[in-house]
Design a protein around this ligand. Structure first.
Ligand code: S3P
Length: 439
């Protein structure tokens, strides 16, 4: 049974060397590209969070053979044009993507290029999330895709559309939109080019290269065309997720007596905003054993206790730390002085509205703060109070308040935590293992 309520107690001493859950973004892409590659790909240490399981289910329904041994997966690629052909009698495929925005947006692009119809649905949270950011450019490419009236899921996709490559200047910095259009571009006539307003995670580009698919990267644009095929990767290891490691980086930083090593963490330059922001605040973070897993850089990250100070978070770091702000807000709450975040309106359309949900909970814990439409101002306090807070079904909110519990004078009771399984199924076990008092 998934635990829905977490209860914390303060903790001083944290010790250990742990490997957090594997990278969610890279795991989704590993499955997608393996499934449409020619040949067999062996993925090692895939994330088995429910978001990624939803993506796996899609390809199983589409006739892709996928074998699992613990966290290792063997995927029998069917080639770019092999999806769904064993089920041709089915007129519509229905895919339930649960809580996963990444699965819905990326797969929308890929499914727009297929010969069969698809309907994509999700849970209550996903059903509120904006989808026009992918449906509109996909329609410009000729896709037959519609969202529901409010621009949210379900998405209905008609198969057999003839896609045409476009040059698309993205209005928001979004790796999901970029990846969705590149996936559609694998099925489009001519060249597909995506231009981003600021750098976002580039796992799609790196993984296309791993699968020997030519792409052209120039400044802030990336282009491909559909004339090539993807070649299976014999050995595809997935790094640990820096977004999951972030909770323990902040935990070790704010605990009074902590020394933690986080093993095999992906340190892709488009994801290391958390390290840069914590270092600017005064955290002690060292990267060791730097190496590559395929195209992705990896390191062991050593973190120990340090005194934090408030900062103005540099704008260019916002997209590079977009999933880490809930736990950065916790760090800011116990830092000396004031922390100001701006330019982060995307936080309002994540699994929850992460600005208002974190502001509500931190206020309960005694923090003075001022939320805005695109960020927050947080005045640091010495110690947090306890109290009851709500994660609103958002995995990262639940884990952020778990970390806050380390420095709270009374217990924090965190409600609605079950979705931690979407990205970090063994979070509680690892937290207890290093000395956090949480159950
Ligand atoms: C993701 C991109 C980010 C991130 C999400 C995963 C991805 O979203 O918040 O958790 O795997 O491409 P946006 O691209 O919408 O910013």
């Amino acid at each position: 049974m998934t635990k829905n309520i977490f209860t914390t107690k303060a903790a001083n001493k944290l010790r250990g060397a742990i490997r957090v859950a594997s990278d969610k973004s890279i795991s989704h892409r590993a499955i997608i590209f393996s499934a449409i590659a020619n040949g067999i790909t062996n993925i090692y240490n895939l994330l088995t969070g429910t978001d990624v399981l939803a993506t796996i289910e899609v390809f199983r329904k589409l006739g892709v053979k996928i074998e699992q041994q613990n966290n290792d997966f063997k995927i029998y690629g069917v080639g770019k044009h092999g999806l769904g052909i064993t089920n041709v009698k089915l007129e519509n495929f229905n895919f339930d993507l649960g809580n996963s925005g990444t699965a819905m947006r990326l797969l929308a692009g890929m499914l727009a290029g297929q010969n069969f119809n698809s309907i994509l649905i999700g849970d209550e949270s996903l059903t509120k999330r904006p989808m026009l950011r992918v449906t509109e450019p996909l329609q410009q490419m000729g896709a037959q895709i519609v969202a529901s009236k409010n621009g949210a899921p379900p998405l209905q996709i008609k198969g057999g559309a003839k896609l045409q490559g476009i040059e698309y200047q993205m209005p928001v910095a979004s790796a999901q939109v970029k990846s969705s259009l590149l996936l559609a571009g694998l099925y489009a006539d001519g060249q597909t080019t995506v231009i981003e307003p600021a750098p976002t995670r580039d796992h799609t580009e790196r993984m296309l290269q791993s699968f020997a698919y030519p792409i052209l990267q120039q400044g802030n644009s990336v282009s491909l065309n559909s004339t090539n095929s993807l070649q299976a990767v014999e050995n595809l290891p997935i790094p640990a997720d820096i977004s999951s490691a972030a909770f323990f980086m902040v935990a070790a930083t704010i605990a009074a007596d902590a020394e933690l090593t986080l093993l095999e963490v992906g340190i892709n330059p488009t994801r290391i905003g958390i390290i840069e922001i914590l270092r600017l605040m005064g955290a002690n973070i060292e990267l060791k054993n730097m190496r590559f897993f395929g195209q992705e850089p990896v390191a062991d990250i050593y973190v120990s206790s340090s005194k934090l100070k408030g900062i103005n978070i540099p704008l260019h770091l916002v997209p590079l730390a977009i999933d880490e702000f809930p736990v950065i807000f916790v760090a800011a709450s116990v830092a000396d002085g004031v922390t100001v975040l701006t330019g982060a309106e995307e936080l309002t359309v994540k699994e929850s509205n992460r600005i208002t949900v974190m502001a509500d909970g931190l206020r309960t814990l005694g923090v003075e703060l001022y939320p805005t439409d695109d960020g927050i101002k947080i005045i640091g306090v010495k110690k947090l109070n306890g109290g009851k807070v709500f994660a609103h079904g958002d995995h990262r909110i639940a884990m952020a308040f778990s970390v806050a519990g380390i420095v709270a004078q009374q217990s924090i009771i965190i409600d609605d935590c079950a979705n931690v399984v979407t990205s970090f199924p063994n979070f509680l076990t690892l937290a207890q293992q290093i000395g956090m008092q949480i159950a």
